[in-house]
Design a protein around this ligand. Structure first.
Ligand SMILES: Nc1ncnc2c1ncn2[C@@H]1O[C@H](COP(=O)(O)OP(=O)(O)OP(=O)(O)O)[C@@H](O)[C@H]1O
Length: 262
């Protein structure tokens, strides 16, 4: 597949009288690594749900992997998309074994029942867990993992079906400083891997944006504040407008830092 992985035109979402997204036009091309940044309630998760083919817009058009939402079978489309989010994690039974949680991603289900897996699947799942620093967790149950371990296992699961698009909803939320830095480093290496899928990551914090992410979209109140190459978007002006307060913004060694100005 070449070209556009996501194409949204004039997308709006309304629920119960509230406007969650308004007039979002956005293109993500193959191999780009995007971050979607904005304050609480900006519409980031809503946008990611659209990109995951889990939500239809109220207006506008959406193409995902060259399939138009509303004219395609989402059950065929969804296995081509890997998603790691707290909403997905909340569906995982506490007793689910970590290796099974990764293996079942091939079937886009949660909860192993009677599926048969071949040894290639098992070694791929083990390899992904190893790459995310979770090799020793394979035999543990999901309910016994720390927040940081859960986040890494979810990313391994999202990568299991070899998706063409990887969506990460606040992967560093709830992690301590060491856990955050470990995860940001792993995502940075993933971003640098030419074999990795096109990626879109949602976060509140520019500090969590891994080096190697190429593009950014800023959302505020359901509307796009700015979008494009990350260093053209992460300006004092755009970020201050997005978060609604004057900020100073710095870049050091490929990472971004923002704090209240003054
Ligand atoms: N069914 C609904 N009815 C009314 N409002 C809703 C509904 N679902 C979400 N919202 C509102 O839409 C807005 C956008 O929600 P969304 O979860 O996309 O924001 P977000 O940027 O991901 O927020 P956060 O960073 O806090 O997770 C929020 O104000 C939320 O309260």
């Amino acid at each position: 597949m070449a070209g556009e992985v996501l194409q949204l035109r004039g997308v709006g979402v309304r629920r119960e009288g509230a406007t969650l997204l308004r007039d979002v036009t956005w293109t993500v091309n193959e191999n780009e690594r995007w971050v979607v940044v904005g304050p609480n309630g900006a519409g980031k998760t809503t946008l990611l749900q659209i990109a995951a083919a889990m939500l239809h817009p109220t207006e506008g058009s959406v193409e995902i992997l060259e399939e138009e939402l509303g004219r395609t079978d989402v059950f065929e489309l969804r296995p081509r998309i890997g998603i790691a989010s707290s909403a997905v994690a909340a569906k995982v039974p506490d007793g689910e074994k970590v290796i099974d949680l990764v293996l079942t991603a091939s079937y886009a289900i949660v909860g192993r029942w009677q599926e048969e897996y071949d040894s290639l699947d098992v070694s791929r799942a083990a390899g992904l867990l190893d790459a995310l620093g979770c090799a020793e967790l394979m035999g543990r149950t999901f309910g016994t993992l720390s927040e940081g371990e859960r986040k890494r296992v979810q990313i391994a699961r999202a990568l299991m079906p070899d998706p063409e698009l990887l969506l990460l909803d606040e992967p560093a939320a709830g992690l301590d400083l060491g856990g955050r830095e470990d995860l940001v480093g792993r995502l940075s290496r993933l971003a640098d891997d030419p074999a990795a899928p096109t990626m879109v990551m949602v976060t509140h914090h520019v500090e969590e944006v891994p080096e190697g992410f190429t593009h950014a979209l800023l959302l505020r109140g359901g509307e796009v504040v700015a979008q494009g190459k990350v260093d053209e978007v992460f300006t004092v002006e755009h970020l201050s407008h997005c978060f609604g307060l004057p900020l100073s913004v710095e870049r050091q060694n490929g990472r971004w830092y923002a704090r209240a100005a003054g």
